[in-house]
Write a protein that binds this ligand. Structure first.
Ligand SMILES: *Cc1c(COP(=O)(O)O)cnc(C)c1O
Length: 417
């Protein structure tokens, strides 16, 4: 199996696509061809890791990592994904039982397992540089902590993430360095981009990224969609959407032959996708801050993966947006209506559910306790923290503050501060 960029069709190996993240032409890596799988191939598979091993075998075929696929799946994807009935024909696919209590654990852990194995043949350590507005950094830190040969440097906007998110970013030590940047998320992202093209930074470190455009985060996400589709064949999949990573994984799982019906993208008030569907014109507005902050995106970074094939993107796909007022009322109504407490992102999925008929699966993307300050007042009670997250919140933290300047980041990469 080879991969190619969405912009030029030079073939690259999986190992190369994973190590590079973004293609040199600025495009995103996609499989050069999609394999076709028979549902019967999954007979006897129990759990997401077992499904992933079968599903991803053709995607790893012929690569340096192929002999490691089984171990990578067992190490990274052995997390429970309960499919909880909400009513007679609605299910919640719970993706929040990993260490950071959000679905990003699947992609981050899989990428960490792949990169640390590729790293075994290198003499220079690898430095993963990530800017985060909250959730990604926590999942990446948890996934890479203790992995040999890899160091992670995380930049987040000081004072602009929730208290629990900040704790999840700053409680690691060891091979994880977390920097509280004096600026907003855009300043963090700009610094990371500057470092990638800065000669001194590149001389100091072998740099790589772990953001959601890396295909190593997308491939494993196909596995939980597949695992659930095998239990509820033919259902509409409703995916709370920001950068479209989770949704593209669902589209790809359907494309290789899994029994997924329509796919419905649930956005917050950042409604570029529903407007694109209605008008055919991509017309992003400035990004708004919403209660579902992990979806505060106006130009989804994975959109290019949906549009590159040139086929009509919207066949079997549609998009629905939810205002903050809608998210609040869905969070408040869920315990009575469905017997569950949901996070604000999952609430966008509940709202979208009302727009479609027939069986539907809603991706529950984060545990509600991560967003306690929003959810608890709306449901009128305390939301218990799951054990893995509780253990993290017990760890001591230490914050390193850094001005939003390239010189300061160079000093960190040179171990001068
Ligand atoms: C990242 C995230 C999303 C959005 O996922 P994309 O893959 O960026 O579309 C939704 N919900 C939660 C809780 C997230 O952390």
């Amino acid at each position: 199996m080879h991969y190619r960029s969405t912009r030029t069709d030079t073939p690259v190996s999986l190992a190369e696509a994973l190590s590079r993240g973004l293609a040199p032409d600025g495009g995103l890596y996609v499989p050069a061809v999609f394999p076709s799988l028979d549902v019967g191939a999954f007979a006897g598979c129990e759990g997401v890791a077992a499904v992933a091993e079968v599903l991803l075998a053709p995607f790893f075929a012929g690569d340096r990592l192929e002999p490691h696929l089984s171990a990578i799946c067992r190490e990274a994807l052995d997390l429970p994904v309960p499919v909880r009935p909400l009513d007679a024909d609605t299910w919640s696919m719970e993706l929040f039982h990993g260490p950071s209590a959000a679905f990003k654990d699947f992609g981050a852990r899989f990428l960490a397992s792949c990169l640390s194995r590729l790293q075994a043949n290198e003499d220079r350590p690898l430095t993963i540089l990530v800017a985060t507005s909250g959730d990604t950094g926590g999942a990446v830190a948890a996934a890479f902590h203790g992995k040999p040969g890899v160091e992670v440097v995380i930049l987040y906007p000081k004072g602009r993430v929730s208290e629990r998110q900040a704790h999840q970013l700053t409680c690691w030590g060891g091979n994880i360095r977390t920097l509280a940047i004096e600026g907003d998320f855009d300043a963090c992202q700009a610094l990371v981009k500057q470092a990638f093209v800065d000669d001194e930074c590149r001389r100091l470190r072998r740099l790589s990224s772990a953001n959601s455009i890396n295909i190593g985060r997308l491939l494993p996400q196909m596995a939980y969609h597949a695992h659930t589709a095998l239990q509820v064949p033919g259902a509409t999949f409703i995916v709370p959407t920001g950068n479209l990573g989770n949704a593209v994984a669902a589209v790809w799982a359907r494309r290789v032959g899994l029994p997924i019906g329509d796919i419905l993208l649930a956005t917050n008030a950042n409604d570029t996708l529903p407007r694109f569907e209605a008008t055919g014109v991509l017309d992003p507005h400035p990004t708004q801050s919403t209660l579902a902050n992990a979806m505060d995106v106006s130009v989804p970074s994975n959109l290019e993966r949906l549009t590159w094939s040139g086929e009509d993107v919207w066949v079997g796909l549609s998009a629905v947006s939810s205002s903050d007022a809608i998210l609040r009322s869905e969070v408040a109504a869920a315990p009575e209506r469905y017997g569950v407490v949901v996070c604000p992102h999952t609430a966008a999925g509940l709202h979208a559910r009302a727009q479609v008929e027939g069986p539907a699966v809603i991706a529950a993307t984060a545990h509600p306790s991560k967003f306690d300050t929003i959810v608890e007042p709306l449901v009128g009670r305390e939301v218990p923290v799951p054990p893995a997250l509780a253990a993290l919140l017990q760890r001591p933290t230490s914050e390193t503050v850094l001005p939003a300047e390239l010189d300061a980041l160079r000093d960190v990469l040179a171990d001068r501060r």
